[in-house]
Design a protein around this ligand. Structure first.
Ligand code: ZN
Length: 300
């Protein structure tokens, strides 16, 4: 009997560097430079990029140019840009800025929700529903996210039951995609496998995206576990930049180029050009004046 490989031929990488990567950076990047960055990421083969978030500029000054940036995005066939919204106003702004894809989420952690969004999870779920309905009315596609799906301050301070309840809630509302975020970088491979074993059958045809942070160096191990669990879509950020401004120790996302390297070496296609990706990270090392968490860009 031949054994069926648990690995796919192809994986989709969604670049979140311009949003998650830059939001915590004190060095303000100009709109022109962000547009050039995004063009560079597209040239490196990325076809889905989360470009900005529609939050109050006072909360995240780096994202104050959201509308202006959207006007300057290189419009190319097959390239989809998304923006993150935290409330109805954000959905409205994204639509007016011309985006067709919106990323909205709720936190599975009561403590994180109150600190990050200043609302109880139950209220956030009601708000989420209103945002989905508004985005639908605009004809936008909706990616429904769950932050802190693997814990907030400890891996056991968010129960899998809570996450599953939110998954069902999102699916009932008809989200186009489901995104599970390890916002604090707490997940371990066994936990990823256990949660996915529950979620994948519920999700059915709705794609599940994993958004991993490499805070404790477990990012790529979790990618491997997720691949084995059936996940085919991952959020990554060039150079491993990133982190939630409302989680003290949340450091970078898994690096786009490191993730792509691992996948390529495993015989899994991403469509990404490693030389071009690492060039982007090297440029940003210089621009931000610090070493980035990614590994590969220092080698290639
Ligand atoms: Zn993140």
């Amino acid at each position: 009997m031949t054994q069926i490989s648990p690995y796919p031929h192809q994986v989709e990488i969604i670049e979140v560097g311009p949003r998650d990567g830059l939001q915590r950076e004190a060095t303000l990047i100009s709109t022109d430079d962000k547009a050039a960055l995004i063009a560079g990421l597209v040239a490196a083969g990325l076809r889905r990029i989360q470009v900005t978030s529609f939050v109050h500029p006072r909360l995240v000054p780096q994202m104050a140019d959201a509308e202006e940036l959207c006007r300057r995005l290189p419009q190319l066939p097959g390239v989809a840009y998304s923006g993150l919204a935290l409330n109805l106003k954000g959905v409205e702004r994204a639509e007016q800025a011309g985006l067709r894809h919106i990323d909205i989420s709720v936190s599975a952690s009561e403590a994180h929700s109150q600190r990050n969004a200043n609302r109880f999870v139950a209220d956030a779920l009601t708000g989420f529903q209103e945002m989905v309905q508004q985005a639908r009315a605009y004809g936008m596609s909706v990616r429904g996210g769950i932050q802190c799906a693997f814990g907030y301050q400890r891996p056991d301070d968010v129960s899998p039951e809570t996450v599953l309840d939110i998954v069902r809630h999102h699916l009932d509302l008809g989200v186009d995609e489901l995104a599970l975020a390890d916002s604090s970088g707490l997940a371990n491979p066994r936990q990823v496998q256990a949660l996915l074993a529950e979620i994948m059958p519920l999700a059915g045809d709705v794609p599940v995206i994993l958004h991993l942070h490499d805070t404790r160096g477990m990012g790529l191990a979790n990618v491997l576990a997720a691949l084995q669990g059936g996940v085919r879509h991952f959020d990554t950020a060039f150079g491993g930049l990133g982190g939630c401004p409302f989680i003290d120790d949340a450091t970078g996302n898994i690096a786009t180029e490191d993730t792509a390297y691992m996948l390529h070496e495993m015989g899994i296609e991403t469509g990404l050009d490693l030389a071009k990706l690492t060039a982007v990270s090297r440029e940003y090392e210089e621009r931000l004046g610090k070493k980035l968490p990614g590994k590969l860009y220092t080698l290639l």
